[in-house]
Design a protein around this ligand. Sequence first.
Ligand SMILES: [Zn+2]
Length: 405
Amino acid sequence: MSDTLELAKKLISLKSVTPEDAGCQEVLSGILEPVGFKCRTLREGMYPTFNLLALHSADPQASFEGDPALLKSNPGPYDASGLKAPGPFTIFLGHTDVVGPGDTAAWTSDPFDPVIRDGMLYGRGAADMKSSDAAMTIALRNFVTRHPDYKGTVGLLMTSNEEGDAVGGIPYVAEWLKKEKLYPQYCIVGEPSSSGKFGDTIKIGRRGSMTAHITINGKQGHVAYPHQIDNAAHKGAQLIAALVEHHLDDGNEDFPPSSFNVTNFNAGMGAENVAPGTCQIMCNWRFNPLQTPVKLQRMMEKKMEQLGIYATVRYVVNGLPFISSRDGLLVNAMRDAVIANTGVTPDLNTLGGTSDGRFIAPLGTEVVEFGPINATIHQVNENVCAADLDTLTAIYEQVLEKLHL
Ligand SMILES: [Zn+2]
């Protein structure tokens, strides 16, 4: 069995449902530490989230231990200990947590007992994203062993809270990296990006995401006395219609048009004759760089004003859009490696949901996402083609060679 496949199976067997890590990160440090990686676990307060940061450099200027004197003079949640990561600095980003298996009886085999049937590796996390975690780790191990004189710094960053709310996860680590002045130039996210064929998609950026929680106030009353009521559900429907009809933009070369969707609508108490006095709406925008959260919020305020609707709105910005240059070193290295190893020419796009890459991109880091086929993620009988694991490892290793030799 290949090292990557063996490691992927080991990780799948550990029941790391968000935000549990279940010992996955220890298994990964167990592979990287013996070849000289400095591994540390980063945790925010009492949160159950585990983050692993493993760094390696052949450069004598590198320091990942921290200066004890600086450590002493800078007590607090951050080390601020003068770590040094000489460039180019590339980091692989992944998550060890998985979504729950749901109804385990619906699975053909135990979701936490990895098995290979007809060349496919089955198990929760097989595609999202323990196979990639294994491939990234083995690629890093192979790379530093085969090229002891490589340039710069390479690393692995893992969180156990990507599928959940990310509390204590990569947003915390990004803050820590900022305090330590450790700014990766390149970040490779191993999320399953391929759709129909392995190698067909590299994500070179992501749209932004903003959610609005809206409470509309009217006046409750008996439907037989319409002049005494102010129906909040009607107002909600008007507001939704206005937002659905509003044309945001046409997108651009890299991004599809921004979109709006209602995700929840709640009003009334179930009584046939009572008009609701309040109405709750939850909605979300996926937006490209032609929009900003403030621009969207202004648009929303204007709609409410035009319709004479009084509402309280709470906005949650889940992520800002980001894009890595199509002609940049990282995108090119990834595209070349994918073509060389799969024979498939990947489409470069920004489609799909957000990923933890959105927390690293604001550090000025170029981010790309590449991984196996995502057709079965979060589903019963999640699986990935077992043979793709070694190809994926070779792709990651080749990208490191292009960036660091
Ligand atoms: Zn994932």
